[in-house]
Design a protein. Structure first.
Length: 317
DNA sequence: CAAATTTGACCCGA
DNA sequence: TCGGGTCAAATTTG
């Protein structure tokens, strides 16, 4: 739109690019622990700068106050605010139809899985599938998940996952409700051991023994996982880099990254950028692109004014 | 054997 | 009546 914005976006992209380059360096050269720390700090700094820029870009057009659709009570604990999904955005509701008492779908995320064969839709929470349905007009069935802790902790979060017709590698995910489970709440508080680490699907992200793995391990993870999908940036640099690809089977490092707190609106954006990075457990690759709105991943965002760098670094090391 | 997934039936709003 | 969302019994998996 306006030149200033473009400029800022470019700056942000530049910062992100720098961060990526440094990340690459990190993966390529053997470094002393000090040097690695330095690089990591620089990487974080770059992302932080980008985040800051994007955030400031975002302020001119504050999120429209949506006509709050009737959410089903579900809110209980004010304390778990950070897991609250923000209100909907103006995206067309994928599922306008809802049963009595069900909430509107509050967030939509599009995930492109690397090979398109697997459901790499891990988002850090532990989900249990409770249904599958063929949807008229859709090639692929829609899968319904609810939080694994829905019973134990009365967590009301649910999500729908559907493979895109035109691109089987793409999953459209709709989130509903907010996580009120402890698991989610841990993103902002000291880790607790999950009730019972379930099998594969998600190793709960924020949580799960945050006991920092040893740096070497983290580094090797980083090394193994990092790769950047820049095709997206190619001819279209004006646009925010909506996606990165970090083929990854992530674990330690990625989980630690969950501690990274992104304040405010662009959190999501940044989260999109970083999530593959952070993608827990079983994710192999992928990038997130967001469509529709934001915030579903707010649960990652911690205290709005925390300094991401220091916070992150602290938890990281 | 417990927990997760599958799948057909049921419910409900449009 | 149709289609989407959920339930719950059966089945599978670890």
């Amino acid at each position: 739109m306006d030149g200033a914005c473009v400029y800022d976006e470019k700056t942000a992209i530049h910062e992100l690019t720098q961060g990526l380059q440094m990340a690459k360096q990190l993966t390529v050269h053997p470094h002393s622990p000090e040097a690695r720390d330095l690089l990591i700090q620089k990487i974080l700094s770059s992302y932080h700068n980008a985040h800051f820029i994007l955030q400031s870009l975002d302020t001119p057009h504050p999120a429209p106050a949506p006509p709050a659709p009737s959410l089903p009570e579900s809110s209980e604990s004010p304390g778990s605010k950070e897991f609250e999904f923000d209100q909907p955005f103006s995206i067309q509701n994928v599922s306008s139809r809802k049963r009595k008492g069900s909430a509107t779908w509050e967030d939509h995320v599009r995930i492109c899985s690397g090979n398109g064969l697997e459901d790499n839709t891990d988002d850090g929470f532990s989900w249990r599938k409770y249904g599958q349905k063929d949807i008229s007009g859709a090639k692929f069935p829609r899968n319904y998940y609810r939080c694994s802790y829905s019973k134990e902790q009365k967590c009301l979060a649910t999500k729908q996952v559907q493979r895109a017709d035109d691109d089987p590698a793409v999953f459209d995910i709709a989130y509903k409700g907010k996580h009120t489970c402890k698991l989610g709440a841990q993103s902002a508080s000291p880790p607790l051991p999950p009730p019972s680490p379930k099998k594969n699907e998600i190793t709960p992200p924020y949580h799960h023994q945050l006991s920092p793995p040893n740096p070497d391990e983290m580094l090797s993870n980083l090394r193994a996982n990092l790769s950047v999908d820049t095709s997206d940036l190619g001819g279209d640099i004006e646009n925010l880099p909506s996606s990165f690809s970090f083929p990854s089977t992530s674990s330690g490092l990625m989980e630690d990254l969950h501690q990274f707190h992104f304040p405010n609106h662009y959190d999501d954006e940044l989260w999109q950028v970083c999530s593959p990075f952070i993608s827990p457990a079983t994710s192999k690759s992928n990038f997130f692109t967001e469509w529709g709105s934001s915030s579903s991943l707010d649960f990652l965002a911690g205290p709005a004014d925390a300094n991401p760098n220091s916070e992150f670094m602290n938890s990281f090391f």
